[in-house]
Design a protein. Sequence first.
Length: 258
Amino acid sequence: MESALDWHAARAALDWQLEMGVSEALCEAPLDRFALEDAAKAERLAPRRGGAVAAPVAEPEADPVAEAEAAAAAAVDLPSLEAALAGYDHCELKRGARSLVFSDGVAAARVMFVGEAPGRDEDLQGKPFVGRAGQLLDRMLAAVGLSRAESVYITNVLPWRPPQNRDPKPDEIAMMLPFLKKHIALVDPDLLVIVGNISAQALLGRRGITRLRGTWQEAEGRPALPMVHPAYLLRNPGFKREAWNDMLELKVKLRSLG
């Protein structure tokens, strides 16, 4: 079959290609590279023209309470629990506090006091109940034959001081509660003394410490006695009679347990 292109036309086309710089043939069939480039460009633009572009997958936000639970569960003793608290970065109170206030007293004590949060003196010294309220608590303990040096262990719901001694926020309490529960489990006291409204909210799920005080409750699987905070007694000295009755109740309970 004769070619549709005569010899003279074919020679003219070849001469033109030579003038344009073509020196050799790479394929038996011609290849339109301009068309390939247009096709690739169309493929790149196709998702934008054809519909919604897939949104980038966002990483899930960390759950502060879940991370607190995991960190607390991994602690096998009091030093590792303190280290877990020190490494926990979701609570903003940590950034404004000078010290991590973990505990004071005897870890093997039968009585564990749970206060609310550190104040200025506690933040400076890194121990709970060392200011005026703490000194009053020491005198109350001594009056019934107890002391943090020999027979009592003390901690707080929060290990860091809130700014201007404000009340802790619910989310701050929720973050610290797994650590507090593990703290109680590791110390394993016979009795808990729940000091103040914040502690009652955390461990009993109720507020109204002046109504709750003096009546035995159960918290974390053991008897718990709510009592007003010594700082409240400093502001309301007329309430010291009720606080003295609570300390006597604690003494009687201890004696009944042998």
